[in-house]
Design a protein around this ligand. Structure first.
Ligand code: N2P
Length: 371
C-alpha cells in the first residue's frame, strides 16, 4: 500500500535520521540534553513567560515527520526529543531526578504509578480545548478517572509479528513463542509487564495476576523460553529483525507489525488467544517541568484532528482522537487487527498497577533475562 500521504513516510524519515533514535536507549537526537541542563529558568511556575522551548521524552519512532515542525511553526516553540524504551525506564529516569522534561508518554498502569509516586502534575485543561476531540472510550479510564494527569496519545495492541511464508499460518495461541523449532529465531519485548504478561496469558492467567503460584509458573515458562530467544528488544528493534528475515517471530506492539506488513507481504500479525494486551499511551507533565505552559499547548496541539490523523498515519497505531478518524488512511483501517472486531476487543486486557507486586515482576524479569 502507498504509505502515508500526509507527510514523509516513517521508513524514509528513519533513513534520514540515520536510524538514530530507534535503539530505544535514552539518547538525544537534537541538540539539547534536558536531563542534565536543569535550567528551570522558564518562569513556568508563576514567573514570567516561558522560554520558547519544550523537551519531549518519548518512545522511539513515535511522532510523524510533520508533528514537531508543525508545532514549532504554529507556536514558535522549539522541541527537543529524548527516547526511552520502556515504562520502567521512564519512571526510573524521573525518580533518579531527571527534571528537564516537559511532556512524557507513559502507558496506562504507569500513569497510576506516577500519580501515586508524585512524579507528574495536574494538566491545565483550560489550555487544552481539543480535549473535546478525544473519544469517550479513551476518557475517564481507571488509571486516571478524571483525566487530571493524562490525556491519551495513541493506543494499540501487543502480539506476534511473524513470517507466514516461512512458518505457515500460526494457530491462535501464544505457544509458537515457545516452540523449539524456532530456536534462535524469536525475540520477546524488553518490557517486564508485557513479556511476563505473555507467559501469564499462555498459562490462561491475567496479565495483572498478583498470585504467587501463578507468577512462579510464569517465571518457569519464561526460563524455558529464554534459551530459545535471540533476545529481549524494543519493539522498534524487533520490527527490522522480522522484516529482513533475521528472525521469524517477534513480540511487538501493533504499529510495528502493521508497518512491517505494509512493506513485506510475507508477514502477518497475530493477537493470540486466550488473551493479549490492549494499551493506551498518554501525555503527562512531570513535576518540575521547566515549561508546563508549553507542555499544555503541545498536548492541545496533538489532540487537534489533523495533527492526530497525521500522527497515526505515520505510527500505524490507533488514535484515541475521534475527530481524526475521517482522515485515517483507509488502507491502514483495512489491515487485519487495526480495526478490532468486538470479539477480539473483548478478550484484550489492560495492564494495571499491581501495587507491591510490581517488585516481584521486576525481580522475575531481571532473573529471566540473566538466566
Ligand atoms: C512506539 C511504542 C509504542 C509504545 N514506538 C507501546 N506502549
Amino acid at each position: 500500500m502507498q504509505r502515508r500521504g500526509t507527510s514523509i513516510s516513517r521508513g524514509k524519515f528513519l533513513k534520514m535520521m540515520g536510524a538514530a533514535g530507534v535503539a530505544g536507549s535514552t539518547l538525544s537526537v537534537l541538540s539539547c540534553q534536558p536531563n542534565t541542563s536543569a535550567t528551570g529558568g522558564g518562569g513556568g511556575s508563576g514567573g514570567g513567560p516561558e522560554e520558547k522551548e519544550l523537551a519531549l521524552y518519548n518512545w522511539s519512532d513515535y511522532v510523524a515527520g510533520s508533528t514537531i515542525p508543525g508545532f514549532q511553526k504554529e507556536t514558535g516553540i522549539k522541541v527537543t526529543q529524548d527516547f526511552f524504551a520502556s515504562n520502567e525506564d521512564l519512571l526510573g529516569k524521573l525518580q533518579a531526578g531527571a527534571t528537564g522534561y516537559d511532556v512524557i508518554v507513559p502507558s496506562d498502569y504507569m500513569v497510576a504509578i506516577m500519580v501515586k509516586s508524585d512524579v507528574i502534575q495536574k494538566l491545565d485543561k483550560s489550555k487544552i480545548p481539543n480535549i473535546k476531540n478525544v473519544g469517550e472510550n479513551y476518557m475517564g479510564l481507571s488509571y486516571d478517572p478524571n483525566n487530571e494527569y493524562s490525556l491519551p496519545y495513541q493506543w494499540g495492541t501487543t502480539g506476534i509479528l511473524y513470517n507466514k511464508k516461512e512458518v505457515g499460518k500460526l494457530d491462535s495461541s501464544w505457544d509458537a513463542m515457545w516452540d523449539k523449532q524456532f530456536e534462535g529465531k524469536m525475540a520477546m519485548l524488553a518490557d517486564s509487564r508485557e513479556t511476563i504478561g505473555a507467559a501469564l496469558y499462555k498459562l490462561g492467567y491475567s496479565v495483572n495476576s498478583k498470585n504467587q503460584d501463578q507468577l512462579q509458573e510464569a517465571e518457569a515458562e519464561l526460563k524455558k523460553q529464554q534459551p530459545l530467544l535471540r533476545g529481549y528488544f524494543a519493539s522498534t528493534e524487533v520490527r527490522p529483525l522480522v522484516m529482513n528475515g533475521d528472525i521469524l517471530l517477534g513480540h511487538v506492539y501493533s504499529g510495528d507489525a502493521f508497518l512491517a506488513m505494509s512493506e513485506n507481504e510475507d508477514l502477518d500479525y497475530l493477537i493470540p488467544n486466550p488473551r493479549a494486551t490492549r494499551w493506551t499511551d498518554n501525555m503527562s507533565i512531570p513535576n518540575g517541568a521547566p515549561h508546563p505552559d508549553n507542555a499544555n499547548k503541545f498536548i492541545n496541539y496533538i489532540l487537534d484532528a489533523k495533527v492526530g490523523a497525521a500522527l497515526s498515519n505515520y505510527t500505524y497505531y490507533n488514535t484515541p482522537n475521534e475527530a481524526s478518524l475521517p482522515d485515517i488512511d483507509p488502507a491502514l483501517k483495512d489491515l487485519p487487527g487495526y480495526t478490532l472486531a468486538s470479539d477480539i476487543f473483548e478478550r484484550l486486557e489492560v495492564i494495571e498497577d499491581v501495587g507491591k507486586t510490581t517488585r516481584e515482576y521486576e525481580r522475575i524479569f531481571t532473573e529471566v533475562k540473566s538466566a
